[in-house]
Design a binder for this molecule. Structure first.
Ligand SMILES: [Mg+2]
Length: 124
C-alpha cells in the first residue's frame, strides 16, 4: 500500500492547495496528488480519471462549493463510495457535511498528523 494512493485535493486558495499538496506528498501512503480549484473542476477530473482513491475538499469555493460537489458525488452511481474528507475553517458546517456524506471533517489549518490519521482510517 506504500505510495499507492492517488488523492484529489480541491481548494480555491492556491497557497492552501500548494501547502496541502506538499504536506500530502510527504505521506508514505500517497503516490500522487491531483489538484482542482473548485467543485466543478474536481468533477471534471473525476470524469477523466477513474483511479482517484480519495478527495480532500474545501467548502467555500467559487463556481461550485464543496458541499454541492459532495452531493453530486454521493448521487453518482460510480463515484458514491469515494472517501471524502472535508477541510474547512467553519466548524458550523461539520454536521451538514457529515449528513450529506463526508467521511471525515478536519479544521483548517490542518495538521499533517491529523490528515495522515484520517487517511489511514479510511483506507484500511
Ligand atoms: Mg475556499
Amino acid at each position: 500500500m506504500s505510495k499507492s494512493l492517488k488523492v484529489l485535493a480541491v481548494d480555491d486558495d492556491m497557497i492552501n492547495l500548494k501547502l496541502l499538496k506538499s504536506m500530502l506528498m510527504k505521506n508514505d501512503d500517497i503516490g500522487e496528488v491531483i489538484e482542482a480549484k473548485n467543485g466543478a473542476d474536481a468533477i471534471s477530473v473525476l470524469k477523466e480519471r477513474h483511479d482517484i482513491d480519495m478527495i480532500l475538499l474545501d467548502i467555500i469555493m467559487p463556481v461550485m462549493g464543496g458541499l454541492e460537489m459532495l452531493q453530486i458525488v454521493r448521487a453518482d452511481e460510480h463515484l458514491k463510495q469515494l472517501p471524502i474528507i472535508v477541510l474547512t475553517t467553519d466548524e458550523t458546517k461539520k454536521t451538514e457535511a457529515l449528513e450529506i456524506g463526508a467521511n471525515g471533517f478536519l479544521m483548517k489549518p490542518v495538521r499533517a498528523a491529523d490528515v495522515a490519521k484520517k487517511i489511514s482510517e479510511l483506507t484500511i
